[in-house]
Ligand binder design. Structure first.
Ligand code: 13P
Length: 288
């Protein structure tokens, strides 16, 4: 199977009460680790690519072609969506052209009227090609004494306006934050999540900032319509930690331990381990 739209996999997850993980990729090792783990666990998977990561890998086409070729060479049969993460309007157009099967257009930093206008345009561009579309809704910041104790919280009415444009899944801030959570983090705002879920109806919701959210909160969020959970930082942390351990133990100095295929192996395995734990937590194992 080649790349697929994320819509059928998320509609199914929404109906059956689990979530599909979006794991962000940075290079070949990341891609290989995530694809193999999805296959080994018979789980659907979404590979997330930020604009920065696409640039790092020298372009959207390189990423799309690498992922497609790897699905073939590794005999991956579970559903895989290649998804642009936090795309700009121009970035989204380029990723569509390069062959991505799913797009996030993030207009959350615009006024709601502009976000609606641009998201509507993206709905038209993606629908005719069978590409799934994620949108993000404007947010209210939560800052106190210069410390962000809670992430952004979206306005449910704005969520409804964007959902009604025909997007396939919707990211809305409910106190979640990208990267590590601060000590004084207030946790997810389930009251707002519940309101958003009630007002938007059948649309799968997306939880960004999956790194470091406690398991009980993840499960509760899934029970309230969250069907896609994004994880990026956690894979980076375990990759760095495993690589550091390898070097600190002097393993790169023994024999051909400096060979990148050896040097990067513990980090790659660490990503596989994290992805498996997340798939178990999200409930996506054996749902391919
Ligand atoms: P983390 O880096 O916090 O896991 O968030 C990932 C994410 O939401 C990507 O869009």
């Amino acid at each position: 199977m080649g790349l697929v739209s994320a819509k059928p996999m998320l509609d199914k997850a929404f109906k059956e009460g689990y979530a599909v993980g979006q794991f962000n990729i940075n290079n070949l090792e990341w891609t290989k680790a995530i694809l193999l783990t999805a296959q080994e666990n018979n789980s659907p998977v979404i590979l997330g690519v930020s604009e920065g990561a696409a640039k790092y890998m020298t372009g959207y086409k390189v990423v799309a072609d690498m992922v497609k070729a790897m699905i073939e060479s590794l005999n991956i049969t579970v559903p895989v969506a290649l998804h642009l993460d936090h795309g700009s309007y121009e970035g989204a157009k380029k990723a569509i052209e390069a062959g991505f099967s799913s797009i996030m257009f993030d207009g959350s930093h615009y006024e709601i009227s502009e976000n609606i206008k641009l998201t509507k345009d993206m709905v038209q561009r993606t629908k005719k090609l069978g590409i799934s579309l994620e949108a993000e809704v404007g947010a209210i910041g939560g800052e106190e004494d210069g410390v962000i104790g809670s992430g952004e919280v979206a306005d449910p009415k704005e969520c409804k306006m964007i959902a009604d444009l025909g997007v396939d899944f919707l990211a809305a801030g409910i106190g979640n934050i990208h990267g590590k959570y601060p000590e004084n983090w207030a946790g997810l705002n389930f009251e707002v999540l519940n309101e958003i879920n009630n007002i938007t109806g059948d649309i799968p919701l997306v939880l960004h900032g999956g790194t470091g959210i406690p398991a009980d909160m993840i499960k509760k969020a899934i029970s309230m319509g969250v069907s896609k959970i994004n994880v990026n930082t956690e894979c980076q942390l375990v990759f760095a930690e495993a690589t550091r351990k390898y070097v600190e133990e002097g393993k790169d100095l023994i024999g051909k331990g400096f060979d990148p295929r050896k040097l990067l192996a513990p980090g790659t395995q660490a990503i596989k381990d994290v992805v498996k734990v997340k798939m178990e937590l999200f409930g996506s194992i054996n749902r391919a």
